[in-house]
Structure formats: C-alpha cells, structure tokens
Design a protein around this ligand. Structure first.
Ligand code: AMP
Length: 173
C-alpha cells in the first residue's frame, strides 16, 4: 500500500511540528484516508480499531481548518463539537487535541457528567473553538444556557455505534 507522509498533506507548519515531535512521520491508514476528505470539507464515516490513530484522523483536519480561519473569522463560540460516549474517551480525545494543537491558537475544552459543572462552565466562559463532550452533560449545559451551538461548523460522533448501544439515541437526536 502507498505510504502517506504528513508532510504531503499540506498541513500548517505548527501542526507538522507537533506531529514530528510526537515521532510520527507517516499517516496511519485511517489518517491517510480520512484527513484529505475532511480537509476538503466533506462529510465522512470512518471505521478503525482503537489504537490506529482514529482520533487524530478527525482532530488534525479540524485543527487545521480552525487555525487557518483564525485570522479572518472573529466570531466567538464553539465551532467544532465532538461527542463521545464516556468520560474516559472524552479525556483521551482532549489529550490528543492538546498534542496536535499545542503550537496553534486553537483552544479546546472537555465536559462530562459525574463531576461538578462549575469548573466546566468557567472554562466555557473563557472561550474555546473545540468542545469535546459526553451527551448528557452537553444537554444539561445547553439547557442552562451555558452552551450555544449556533456557530458549529464541524460535528463528530466518536464511537457512534457505542453511543447508540449505551442508550444515547434520544440525546443525540
Ligand atoms: P486511536 O485510539 O485510534 O486514536 O489511536 C491512538 C494511538 O495511535 C496513540 O497511541 C497514538 O500515539 C497512535 N498514533 C496516532 N497517529 C499515529 C501515526 N501516524 N503513526 C503511529 N501511531 C500513531
């Protein structure tokens, strides 16, 4: 199979720098297939096992777009929403975004249930571009007026099958 190097994907230098520091040079198969599609702004469904670089396959192109639009798009509010079924996955995705966005001006945050919402609300007030969330806490904070989805441009359903298995159908709808 052909190998795709990250350098070939026309990503921002700041993202390439972070990827290089992590020791990656070649995109994994799911990344090589997904990143160009998302960079074109198209919808996609991806399937790959855990540990194959699935998270970066949507995180990298979203960070790329948001960073590229930073200079011109001055609108406030969350622009990318990533829904995931569990707190553990939410934290893992957030760490992954941390890794790839650390040299950019793209800001992100994570919310999940089972903990005090206060620090999460404070974090949201400071302004973020990407929000990683579990469905229940997201709905709570939307209903309380702390989150507005008016400016969302990117929407990811991570582990969509598992979210449905866990009974999140109504929340997701
Ligand atoms: P996932 O849970 O599918 O997002 O996979 C995450 C794991 O894949 C982490 O251990 C990353 O360090 C690793 N990973 C991500 N991108 C690559 C890559 N291009 N080459 C090798 N490993 C990668």
């Amino acid at each position: 199979m052909d190998v795709t190097k990250f350098e070939e994907l026309q990503l921002d230098d700041r993202i390439i720098r972070a990827i290089t520091e992590m020791g990656f040079e070649e995109a994994s198969p799911i990344q090589a297939q997904a990143i160009p599609v998302v960079l074109e702004g198209r919808d996609m469904i991806g399937q790959a096992q855990t540990g194959t670089g699935k998270t970066a396959s949507f995180a990298i192109p979203i960070i790329q777009h948001l960073q590229a639009n930073k200079e011109t798009d001055k609108r406030q509010g969350i622009k990318a929403l990533i829904l995931t079924p569990t707190r553990e996955l939410a934290m893992q995705i957030s760490e992954c975004i941390d890794d790839y966005s650390k040299y950019t001006r793209v800001r992100h945050g994570v919310i999940f249930g089972g903990v005090n919402q206060r620090p999460q609300v404070d974090m949201l007030r400071k302004g973020i571009d990407i929000l990683v969330a579990t469905p229940g806490r997201l709905l709570d904070l939307i209903n309380q007026g702390h989150i507005h989805l008016t400016n969302i441009e990117y929407f990811v359903l991570d582990e969509a099958d598992r979210m449905l298995d866990m009974g999140f159908y109504d929340d997701i709808m």
